[in-house]
Design a binder for this molecule. Structure first.
Ligand SMILES: Cc1cc2nc3c(=O)[nH]c(=O)nc-3n(C[C@H](O)[C@H](O)[C@H](O)COP(=O)(O)O)c2cc1C
Length: 209
């Protein structure tokens, strides 16, 4: 009887912990912006000056969906991927920790409680620390099975990066693609393994005029 009680309490506690570690995002609201793709292209530019104003869950939801969310019933994504291997993994780094984005459930799973933005910023671009979030783009080469390809990883990351640029622009936000970061610290903080290539990051936030 005691054992059953202990198991039940354990299961309950793990439910509570999981509930805290997974954030279900609101459904992406595409009509929140009326900027056309052509206008977003006309306005796209790299921004390196951010206000610390936080983004809402709705903004984060739309941004992540546009970056690499599911856009069809068969589970395919807003960004193309080589052989549809869906190798790109997006992470959201913010003050309260870092999260992995799951496109299928449109949710975030906490990876760490550490603020990894200083590691993502690195030494030379402190403006990154002003942005409320940094998206980190990783390619999991294991998704390519027997034929891992760094080319495919980089190309797939590029599509997601451009989606982030265009979505941020259309949403009245700023961003810049960055290869610069303290890779060792980011790899450690996110718990990445060798096959997970850390390729780019994107601070995103309101533009400081
Ligand atoms: C692969 C890649 C890596 C980049 N890395 C950085 C970076 O580490 N830091 C930075 O400030 N900008 C970085 N950029 C942004 C470029 O400097 C920027 O796109 C370029 O100067 C053109 O400016 P624009 O984006 O406003 O057209 C990177 C861009 C790409 C595509």
């Amino acid at each position: 009887m005691n054992r059953i009680m202990i198991m039940a309490v354990g299961a309950l506690m793990s439910l509570v912990v999981n509930a805290q570690e997974v954030i279900k995002l609101p459904a992406p609201e595409r009509t929140a912006t009326t900027v056309s793709v052509m206008d977003a292209l006309a306005q796209r530019q790299s921004v390196r000056s951010f206000s610390s104003r936080e983004l809402s869950d709705e903004q984060l939801s739309l941004l992540l969906w546009a970056a690499n969310g599911v856009n069809r019933k068969d589970g395919r994504l807003t960004a193309p991927t080589a052989m549809n291997r869906q190798d790109i993994q997006l992470y959201v780094c913010r003050k309260d920790g870092a999260y992995s984005y799951d496109a299928r459930s449109h949710s975030l799973t906490r990876v760490t409680r550490e603020d990894l933005r200083p590691a993502v910023a690195g030494d030379r671009q402190p403006f990154v620390l002003d942005a409320p979030i940094c998206l980190v783009i990783v390619s999991d080469q294991r998704k390519f099975g027997q034929r891992p390809s760094r080319d495919f990883s980089c190309i797939d990351a590029g599509y997601v990066s451009q989606n982030i640029y265009l979505a941020a622009t259309a949403m009245g936000l700023g961003t810049v693609a960055r290869a610069m970061m303290d890779k060792e610290r980011v790899v450690k903080g996110l718990g990445l393994v060798e096959e997970q290539l850390l390729l780019l990051n994107h601070p995103v936030g309101y533009v400081k005029e």
